[in-house]
Design a protein around this ligand. Structure first.
Ligand code: ADP
Ligand code: MG
Length: 277
């Protein structure tokens, strides 16, 4: 299959054009901004409220990388295998269906997406890690990957352990073009997403914060404004669950080192029930 070389270069240099021309989608403004930034930044962090289109953006960038780089390798992971399947991996299938070009060039399978012509050396792979694993085997989830064109996409990165990042960082040391993209809700006051956004590591990252606050003119248009207003009315603007899920902001550090979404949700439900009795 021959694709016009000039088009490939345009799509590589500006993935927002690729998304419009190949995937026939219109990125939201924040997605547009990140798509344009992608080729020129090694490390991208998307810190967001619920539902603005993070996994979709990861899928678009992965397709862009697979189409426009030679012999690329991409590893994708998420907080759980189920989450990866339901999120990023199904977005990969959805957008492939939209493009006769991608359908002709690539095979989509449950754990692997690869070039028909070079199945062994041109691919994206779904990686899983076990929550009970020790740091060494966690690092193994992404270990051993080396290629001139390499990318790591870590979705739902809020709760990802630091060990996962070490091997990704390793691969960046020996490539021509390498990227790490992490995306998630700011649920934890530790881990890769927190460090990228809230510590002095931030200068290494292109950080995009996405809110659904009804009062923010730059809010994600994809999250229902009605839903956002209801959450704020019910729980208040200072509520940690609202901070994380509506505003895409880290809860205050006073709330004890670690705040899993589950714990916050449990606390909120409890308060809500008590309030209604
Ligand atoms: N710019 C867009 N155009 C069309 N559909 C989109 C766009 N961005 C996201 N979507 C769709 O919106 C839904 C939610 O997006 P998703 O990426 O799953 O959000 P998140 O990962 O932030 O929770 C998905 O069905 C996705 O395909
Ligand atoms: Mg998602």
């Amino acid at each position: 299959v021959v694709t016009d070389k000039g088009r490939l270069k345009i799509w590589r240099d500006d993935p927002s054009i690729f998304v419009r021309e190949v995937l026939k989608a219109t990125p939201d403004p924040w997605q547009d901004e990140v798509l344009k930034a992608f080729p020129y930044n090694q490390r991208l962090a998307l810190c967001a409220s619920k539902g603005p289109g993070k996994s979709t953006l990861l899928a678009w960038i992965a397709w862009n990388f697979l189409l426009t780089r030679p012999y690329p390798k991409i590893a994708a992971t998420s907080i759980s295998g189920d989450n990866l399947r339901d999120g990023l991996w199904s977005e990969m299938a959805k957008w492939r269906e939209r493009s006769p070009l991608l359908k002709e060039l690539f095979v989509w399978q449950k754990e692997r997406i690869f070039s028909k012509e070079y199945p062994e050396t041109w691919w994206m792979s779904a990686r899983q890690w076990s929550k009970s694993a020790d740091p060494n085997s966690l690092g193994g989830t992404l270990a051993g990957l080396h290629a001139d064109y390499i990318m790591f996409e870590l979705d739902e990165a809020g709760g990802l352990p630091d060990a996962i990042m070490a091997s990704a960082e390793n691969a960046l040391s020996s490539c021509k073009e390498g990227h790490i993209i992490i995306a998630g809700n700011p649920t934890h006051l530790e881990g890769p997403l927190f460090r990228a956004c809230k510590t002095n590591e931030r200068k290494l990252w292109y950080v995009k914060e996405i809110s659904s606050d009804p009062e923010d003119p730059l809010r994600s248009p994809r999250v229902s404004i009605q839903w956002a207003k209801e959450q704020i009315e019910k729980y208040g603007r200072d509520n940690p669950w609202v901070l994380v899920n509506v505003f895409g902001r880290f809860p205050p550090s006073g709330l004890n080192g670690l705040i899993g979404l589950e714990e916050v949700e449990a606390a909120v439900n409890k308060r809500y029930r008590e309030g209604r009795i």
